[in-house]
Design a protein around this ligand. Sequence first.
Ligand code: NAD
Ligand code: GLY
Length: 327
Amino acid sequence: LVKTSHAVVVTHPGIRRLYGDTVEASLARHGFGVDWAEVPDGEESKSLSQAGRVFDRLVECHCDRRTVLVALGGGVIGDLTGFVAATFMRGIPFIQVPTTLLSQVDSSVGGKTAVNHPRGKNLIGAFYQPRLVVIDTATLKTLPQDEFLAGMAEVIKYGVIADVDFFAYIERHADAILKQEPEALEHVIETSCAIKAGVVEKDERENHYRMVLNFGHTLGHAVEALTDYARYKHGEAVAMGMVFAAQLSVLAGRCPQPVADRIRVLVKKVGLPDQWPVRDAQSYIEAMYLDKKSADKKITFILARRIGEVEIVESIDESMLIRALKN
Ligand code: NAD
Ligand code: GLY
């Protein structure tokens, strides 16, 4: 990996209480001296001010370029730690140890790191790959069920964008996955990581193709923005967004109705919401334009051609959006 003997683990106090001793013992067995940098729980910690506090801690702990940062937690910890690792001394190595389903199947893979700006999520960041991602699926046992479900939205997304057999596996094994039966859980996490890594390998910097990972996110981001990021988890908003994108795909002639129905049925089966909050169509459309991914005044949609294959579409008639929003 890298010749080093100093690790700083970035985490939340609650995660440290649960897994701190295990992680410290494991690092010590590999010859590491360990320091800790704790940040408060919650999305607010993905901020420049919290990054500043972690930098202070790194200086206090006499870190140098060989120090390894360990991100122990969900996507908030992963994104923040990755951002700090990318910029401290122009870049130091970091390891992702994701402990939420979302971070195990999505945010720990692919090298997007960021903090938020008051005017927008993830506005300040870098593409910076971890040296290693270590996933212990047993950590999900302590994860609240609603957080687990939020991760399931991204899992279903991988089936839709890349792999019909995987989608069918989730349909058949939904109960086992939700009960976290080890074999099903491992299959789901492994396949999700492989699909995401496959996309990122082709287009790391999101010039175009990586956008397929945003299936369900165009409406999802609008739902989150219109409800002040307070009412729904990201995964719940993505679930609604996938149902919407599928319906839009039907209206745009990209796929037959049964494809959209199959997506909606699976979303409901795992217990995710399939209906977006009632708002006038214009506020959704404005929120979609405001999303940073449509800075060039285009709203990009990922549409389904069939389960396992999607298409990136940049010109959708507003009248069609209005019809789809009514569904
Ligand atoms: P999160 O990191 O806030 O974690 C959710 C909650 O679960 C927190 O309260 C956390 O303390 C708790 N938790 C974590 N692991 C636990 C465990 N094992 N047991 C008990 N509690 C545990 O949320 P998240 O959903 O993991 O990540 C969301 C973030 O990820 C967002 O900021 C989003 O922008 C980012 N994200 C990044 C990427 C990327 O590619 N970099 C992709 C998707 C999402
Ligand atoms: N979560 C979308 C991406 O990693 O590109």
